[in-house]
Design a protein around this ligand. Structure first.
Ligand code: SF4
Ligand code: SF4
Length: 337
């Protein structure tokens, strides 16, 4: 019985399981948004408008977020976007890119491809030459830096007025509706195949948000640590790391910006005490507890926002209905780009 319970705990706290649950929730929220749009057009029964698809609009909501950081007011029209950003920042800093490693639905797709690739390729994705890997990662950080500068340069008044534009309110519907277009399907298939071969290439080489979160994760108080005296140099940790971190040769703490706290290395380590996640080098965080902390913090932020009226939109459904039926779904970006 204890074995069965342990096995169950291992499954429920595994990254595949946690990611799958979040991914299923996000897909169902997107489907619900489409049903809401159908209702607005008079083509179906009423369903409440879900807020979670706000995560599909990072540029728009980060524009709003930085406007808030620069002294503009909190977005009361679509606050869920800002809450998701705050949650992602908190998880990235406190738990080593916890958002990328356990929650991000897009990352889950590419991780799914990478996992399938590992199964087909005999246990490991293909590692690109070091110079190409470094170049690709440099591209991601350059993109991340350029977008950050641009977000700070968008005039404050324009950033604030952008959140008041009707097409921002319905851009998520436009994006979800475009998922079936040939261009999207081809791009998705290409990215999926590349992820099968080389691991999640979007996350590692292109995602600007991942670039920001990696930098934040470097300053995380919680990280994997290796004890050189207890390590038996079996290389299992390095082999299992989906982020290609050479854990076996890490100095005491795994600093790597690509580490997303997946805990795979800790789980496979056969030497008791050799590899553990710790808080500031002190208290140990067991492998099963890490995802519990990630989920707990994420849900606490959501619950706090929801209970204080900072999650749901204050735009009346009749206004959404008007915008949707008037066809104002054209997607634009702030700053004239
Ligand atoms: S296997 Fe270890 S080093 Fe690699 S990403 Fe996961 S936690 Fe980080
Ligand atoms: S898995 Fe553990 S024992 Fe093996 S090399 Fe890594 S830290 Fe050392």
């Amino acid at each position: 019985m204890p074995d069965l319970l342990k096995r169950l705990a291992d499954i429920v706290s595994s990254r595949v399981f946690v990611r799958a649950v979040f991914f299923a929730f996000f897909v169902s929220a997107c489907a619900q948004l489409l049903r809401f749009a159908a209702w607005a057009r008079g083509a179906g029964p009423y369903v409440a408008r879900p807020e979670a698809p706000a995560g599909l609009l990072p540029i728009g909501h980060f524009t709003s977020f930085f406007a808030w950081v620069r002294g503009g007011e909190w977005d009361t029209l679509l606050p869920a976007g800002l809450v998701i950003i705050l949650g992602a920042i908190a998880l990235s800093w406190l738990l080593k890119r916890g958002f990328c490693g356990w929650i991000c639905p897009l990352g889950s797709l590419w991780e799914g491809g990478a996992l399938l690739g590992r199964k087909l390729l005999g246990g490991r994705n293909v590692r690109v030459p070091k110079w190409l890997d470094l170049t690709g990662r440099a591209v991601r950080y350059t993109l991340a830096g350029a977008i950050l500068v641009w977000l700070f340069m968008v005039p404050l008044s324009e950033a604030i007025s952008f959140r008041e534009l009707p097409y921002m309110w319905t851009a998520d519907i436009k994006i979800i509706s475009g998922f079936g277009s040939p261009v999207f399907v081809v791009a998705f298939a290409l990215a999926f195949v590349l992820s099968m071969l080389f691991g999640p290439v979007w996350c590692r080489y292109l995602c600007p948000l991942g670039g920001w979160y990696s930098v934040l994760g470097m300053a995380s108080p919680c990280a994997v640590e290796r004890d050189d005296e207890l390590c038996v140099n079996c290389s299992k940790c390095t082999k299992v790391c989906h982020a290609f971190v050479d854990v076996e040769r890490a100095p005491k703490r795994v600093w790597a910006p690509e580490c997303d706290g997946c805990m795979d290395c800790v789980r496979v380590c056969p030497a008791p005490g050799a590899l553990e996640a710790r808080v500031l080098g002190g208290p140990r965080i067991r492998a099963w507890l890490w995802p519990v902390l990630v989920l707990g913090l994420w849900l606490a932020i959501y619950a706090g926002a929801k209970s204080t009226g900072n999650w749901d939109t204050r735009i009346p459904v009749e206004t959404f209905q008007q915008v949707i039926t008037s066809g104002q779904l054209e997607l634009k970006t702030p700053g004239g780009l």
